[in-house]
Design a protein around this ligand. Sequence first.
Ligand code: GDP
Ligand code: MG
Length: 166
Amino acid sequence: KSGMISIVGRPNVGKSTLTNALVGEKIAIVSNKPQTTRNRICAVVNRNDCQYVFLDTPGLHRARTKLGDYMVNVVKQSVADVDAILLLVEPIPHIGGPEAELIGRIKQLGVPSVLVINKIDTVEKEQLLAVMQAYGQAHDFNAILPISAKNGEGVDELLDLLAEFL
Ligand code: GDP
Ligand code: MG
C-alpha cells in the first residue's frame, strides 16, 4: 500500500517538526525542492508494509502579501488529490481563522482527515479534552489524535492509524 498525506496547519504549529519526527525515526528521504511551483517538502516513510508520502506545507495564514497569497495557494493545492489530510493544530480549544478555512476545504474535498493535536507536552488533560470537543463539533474527522512532535509521543500511533487510509 502507498499513499500521499498532506500536513496542513497554521504557521508554527509544528508541521516541520512532525515531518522530521516521522522521517527521523524510521527512514529514508527528505527532499526540499524550493524552486518548484509548489514549494513543498516531501518525506517518504516506509513502515507497516506501507509507503507514506508526506507533504509538509507552508503554514496557512491570512495573505497580506503576494508571497503570502502564493503560499496560501500552495496549501490549497497540497490538499487536492491526496489520500488523507492531517490538520495539525495547537492544543487550544478555539478554532482560529486558518483552522476554519482548512476545515472548510476538507469538507469541500471530502478527503479523509485526521485532526492531530500537537504540543500535548505543554497542556493538562482537561484542556486537551476541551480541544477535542471543540474540533469534534466543527467537523466529523476520521480520527483525532493528540501528539507531541517534539518528544515523539503519538508518532507511531499516527503511522498505524494512517495505514487505514492508504
Ligand atoms: P511549522 O511552522 O508548522 O513547520 O512549525 P515548526 O515545526 O517549525 O515548529 C514551530 C515551533 O514549535 C518550534 O519552536 C518547535 O520546536 C515547536 N514545537 C513543535 N512541535 C512541538 C511539540 O510537540 N511540543 C512543543 N513544546 N513544541 C513544539
Ligand atoms: Mg514548517
